[in-house]
Design a protein around this ligand. Structure first.
Ligand code: ADE
Length: 237
């Protein structure tokens, strides 16, 4: 997978050299290029913003540097993190993990001139995505979050592919609590069932915990969970 990231703060992306994303880059599974938007400015101050038409607070990113930057990186799927985007989900991560070329455009200030997005959409798929109902300074941190969600789905990145099928959101439910050794810590015991060796009972316990957690923390997820996926014992839980 090829990823181009365009930002006025290229230094923000140092974490993409670490851990499993860094490893995916060195092994050649992932090719990331970070570009400084100011490369495509032509004035001495390397200006990327200006006042908004129609008035109002803050500044808007000018279209010219963005147009040139997007022309330079070529066509792919353009992802623009923004508080006005559609909510980013695990399903999006799966779809994006299938693609060969992703381009991330990091907005700052009040956002990017809308014509940049409209112009790009005339020649490539564009997704404006939001991480949640809150406002960040800019898209940089959102890109790192979205990259993590995508890159861990690329074949060969996670040692154990089962991690992907067992995890929260994979089956529309939150994962059950997890424990490791020691069996007793500060007088708190690991649930007996998990130490029983009875795989049927363990699976049932995990399923119940998943359902209880999802119902109490994420009633929105429970509401859309397909009734067909619930068995008799689930209903009791
Ligand atoms: N940029 C600013 N706020 C954001 C958010 N909530 N999600 C994605 N990108 C953003």
């Amino acid at each position: 997978m090829r990823v181009d990231i365009i930002s006025i703060f290229p230094e923000y992306f140092a974490p993409l050299e670490l851990s499993l994303i860094g490893k995916a880059r060195t092994t050649g599974l992932l090719d990331v290029a970070v570009h400084d938007l100011r490369t495509w400015t032509s004035d001495v101050h390397r200006t990327v913003d200006d006042t908004p038409y129609g008035g109002g607070p803050g500044m808007v990113m000018r279209p010219e540097p963005w147009g040139q930057a997007l022309d330079a990186v070529g066509e792919g799927t353009l992802i623009v993190p923004s508080p006005v985007g559609r909510p980013f989900t695990q399903a999006d991560a799966h779809e994006l993990a299938e693609l060969d070329h992703l381009i991330f455009a990091c907005g700052r200030y009040e956002g990017i001139d809308q014509r940049v997005i409209d112009d790009a959409a005339a020649r490539m798929p564009v997704r404006e995505v939001s991480l949640g109902d809150y406002v960040l300074f800019g898209g940089e941190v959102a890109v790192i979050v979205i990259m993590e969600a995508i890159v861990r789905l690329l074949p060969g990145v996670l040692g154990n592919a089962d991690s992907l099928t067992e995890e929260s959101h994979a089956a529309g439910l939150l994962e059950s609590p997890v424990y490791t050794k020691p069996a007793s810590w500060r007088s708190r015991e690991v649930p007996e069932i998990l130490r029983s060796g009875d795989h049927g009972k363990i699976a049932r316990w995990r399923r119940d915990q998943s359902l209880l957690r999802t119902a109490s923390r994420r009633p929105d997820m429970m509401a859309v969970y397909p009734a067909d996926n619930l068995d008799k014992k689930d209903r009791k839980a």
